[in-house]
Design a protein around this ligand. Structure first.
Ligand SMILES: [Zn+2]
Length: 126
């Protein structure tokens, strides 16, 4: 249990678990909203669009937006879960692609990073 690492993995685990919980509740909120269980009108103060179609158009746009947000949240949740999995396997902080260590600086900014900067930037369209 008292394994020493150069990387403070437990601190990252805590950060990742908090992020996982945050993403899950955020996703749930969006899904509830999309399912129509949360029909609270979002405030539109300051918006002054003069669109024909009014509410229906706005609702379609909002729905599309929350679907897009939901998709990116789910993507990020996958990354967080993958990072937590790597902590369990003892490979956290190691690039999935080239096997080199991911810099601490990068992990400080992106605790769920599973690829090093070079491999990440080498992937176009992801
Ligand atoms: Zn790499």
């Amino acid at each position: 249990m008292a394994r020493e690492r150069t990387l403070d993995v437990e601190k990252f685990r805590q950060t990742l678990e908090e992020e996982r919980d945050r993403l899950r509740s955020e996703l749930k909120r969006i899904e509830d909203k999309a399912a129509g269980r949360d029909r609270l009108h979002s405030e539109q103060a300051g918006q002054d669009f003069d669109e024909p179609g009014g509410d229906a158009a706005t609702e379609t746009v909002e729905r599309a937006q929350s679907m897009a947000v939901g998709a990116s949240l789910r993507e990020q949740l996958d990354e967080v879960l993958a990072a937590l999995d790597k902590i369990d396997k003892g490979t956290y902080g190691i690039c999935d692609s080239c096997g080199k260590p991911i810099t601490k600086k990068r992990l400080a900014v992106l605790p769920w990073a599973t690829l090093c900067k070079e491999c990440r930037s080498g992937l176009s369209g992801m």
